[in-house]
Design a protein around this ligand. Structure first.
Ligand code: CND
Ligand code: ZN
Length: 366
């Protein structure tokens, strides 16, 4: 089958023929229909997120089950599924605590580049070929743990459902689970890409007002407003993102700020732009070696909450169908998120356009 392989950081993806084993007892073989192009994959391609290479990237996808292992329950061939890049085990400390986003087994899968039990189902002529986040969906087919497939209503177009595999669930959950934004709360969102637009639309759904969107690409204004932003700050025109937020929130600062890029300056700005006892939520993924700095006196004296959000602190098996239900009833917009679609052969163009900051979400259609 054809797949996009990353051999080494700072190289283009190679479209090559690879081999895929049959699924193990608790694994599922999925024929991919669509896969979103997320900035996290780009971080890996840039060498900013170390994972075992060579690997098949792609962690935001949807497809149709082809084959299931002997011990799989809950999905069968023909089912339409969204892949979850946190295939939470259900029995570790964090799963039992109701925090599957922090699942130990899912973290081990991410670090090892394999499936649970160190299984490797991908091979190519050159030697080992690693899995990525248990999903590896930049390929015509993939084998994933049964904990990482979420069955969905077959009426939902798979090229829309794919985005719920990461961008939508991450943005929605950051607002609904991590921050718990309520009606009338003021929200600022730094970074209006595939994930940030979903922070914006979830904030709108929660009744937030104002919703202040910020992006270094002025062309994002139209998309941000379409998804619910009440105000837009063009970050290319100012180094000071804090003052506009103070001005738009009666001189106080935002109740909630979301950083959805992963840069030092914008993470520090997010903390700076929330009011006393407000909350800054870091969604953007920064390189592991990067540090940020905050004024120490501000911690006790301003009592701001600084936190992060990983996969929207979601419970994928509950949240993915919940989000798709909101889409089906016209309350969440997935249709306008996809601004470009590409074939697998053109995946490097998709990443190039991602880095230009012009796309809502680019998607690979198989
Ligand atoms: P995408 O590239 O689509 O969007 C980033 C946006 O930020 C673009 O619109 C840029 O123009 C804008 N931008 C870049 N630099 C600046 C700047 N200095 N000031 C203002 N705006 C700027 O990225 P994405 O939406 O796919 O991902 C965004 C981040 O979220 C990225 O770091 C990704 O790795 C991370 C993420 C986190 C999680 C999670 O679970 N926490 C899941 N998926 C992705
Ligand atoms: Zn992602």
């Amino acid at each position: 089958m054809q797949a996009a392989v990353l051999v080494d950081a700072n190289e283009a993806l190679q479209i090559v023929d690879v081999n895929l084993d049959k699924p193990g007892p608790k694994e599922v073989l999925v024929k991919m229909a669509a896969a979103g192009v997320c900035h996290s994959d780009w971080h890996v391609m840039q060498g900013d997120l170390p994972v075992p290479l060579p690997a098949i990237l792609g962690h935001e996808g949807a497809g149709i089950v082809q084959e299931v292992g002997a011990e799989v329950v809950g999905v069968k061939p023909g089912d339409h599924v969204v892949l979850s890049w946190i295939p939470s085990c259900g029995h570790c400390f964090y799963c039992l605590k109701g925090r599957p986003d922090m699942c130990d087994e899912a973290f081990n899968i991410q670090l090892s580049g394999s499936l649970p039990g160190h299984a490797m189902r991908l091979h190519w002529a050159q030697g080992p070929l690693y899995h990525y986040l248990g999903t590896s969906c930049f390929a015509e087919n993939t084998v994933v743990p049964d904990t990482g497939v979420i069955p969905i209503d077959a009426a939902i177009p798979l090229n829309k459902a794919a985005l719920v595999g990461c961008a939508v669930t991450t943005g929605f959950g950051a607002v609904v689970h991590s921050a718990q934004v309520g009606p009338g709360d003021s929200v600022s969102v730094i970074g209006c890409g595939g994930v940030g637009l979903n922070v914006i639309q979830a904030a709108k759904l929660a009744g937030a007002d104002p919703i202040i969107a910020m992006d270094a690409n002025g062309k994002k204004r139209g998309l941000a407003e379409k998804f619910g932003a009440t105000d837009f700050v063009d970050a290319a025109e100012t180094d000071d993102l804090i003052t506009p937020v103070i001005d738009l929130t009666k001189g106080r600062g935002a109740d909630f700020a979301f950083e959805v890029i992963g840069r030092k300056e914008t993470i520090e700005a997010a903390y700076g732009m929330v009011r006393k006892a407000g909350m800054a939520v870091i969604v953007g993924v920064a390189p592991p070696h990067m540090d940020v700095s905050f004024n120490a006196f501000s911690f006790p004296s301003q009592s701001k909450i600084l936190t992060g959000s990983w996969y929207g602190q979601s419970i994928p098996r509950l949240d993915i169908p919940r989000i798709l239900g909101l889409y089906q009833r016209g309350k969440l917009n997935l249709d306008d998120l996809v601004t470009q679609s590409y074939s697998l052969e053109h995946i490097n163009d998709a990443f190039h356009e991602l880095t230009e900051g012009t796309v809502g979400r680019g998607i690979i259609e198989f």
